[in-house]
Ligand binder design. Sequence first.
Ligand code: SAH
Length: 244
Amino acid sequence: MSGRVYLVGSGPGGLGLLTFRAREVIDSADVILYDQLPGEEVLATLPRSAELIDCGKFGSMHTLEQEDIEALMVRHAREGKKVVRLKGGDPFLFGRGGEEMEALRAEGIPYEVVPGITSAIAVPECVGIPVTHRTVASQVTILTGHEDPTKTQSALDWEWLARSPGTLVILMGVKNLTTIASNLISHGMDGATPVAIIERGLRPDQRVTVGPISEIGDTARERNVRPPAIIVIGAVVELYREPG
Ligand code: SAH
């Protein structure tokens, strides 16, 4: 009898944004494979009755390779266990959840996906930035800033991104921010376009940095901006207000 794997999104941070279904499957799991992105508040509530495996995947530092994680999920499920793979935000947005689902399908392991609230929308939202707005932004593009923007064969269409109306939301973009900004400007984006960087959104030490795209790389360096952070580019950033 095979067990089952749950690909679970934890939301962007904090217990308030963990779904009911996520709580339910976490609390009844035999094995939980997690990384640090769900944040301390959620990780502190993982049940001690479960075997907890820290996949240690944070930014570019991996303690377990992707194949190891997939092999562990499969092995434990074959032992008849209830396995939770816990991921930050939503499991299918840049979380490699899609790949993990494919691995489970290939091995014939039953699985369930538990959607989570994605940081791409919730983190800007929590500082008053709606990613769409009827009069300001009718479309939003969510992209990874993780790929090396200087590589000749980019999977991203910079020309299209620079000229598309609406909002750009960039995940995993802190390291490449200066190159991303100059790429967008050189492909036609107005240098005055406002940018917000929200570090550790919805966590106690959340911090916001705002500036025009022409200066944001320098500003981020001066302020020592660090991942995890969400970068929002576009007119909706004008709606940002200091809380209080
Ligand atoms: N599946 C996740 C994203 C995984 S990629 C989701 O839906 O949210 C990891 C990136 O997500 C980070 O580099 C960062 O850009 C972003 N991120 C996730 N949680 C965040 C948070 N609480 N604050 C800021 N950025 C966050």
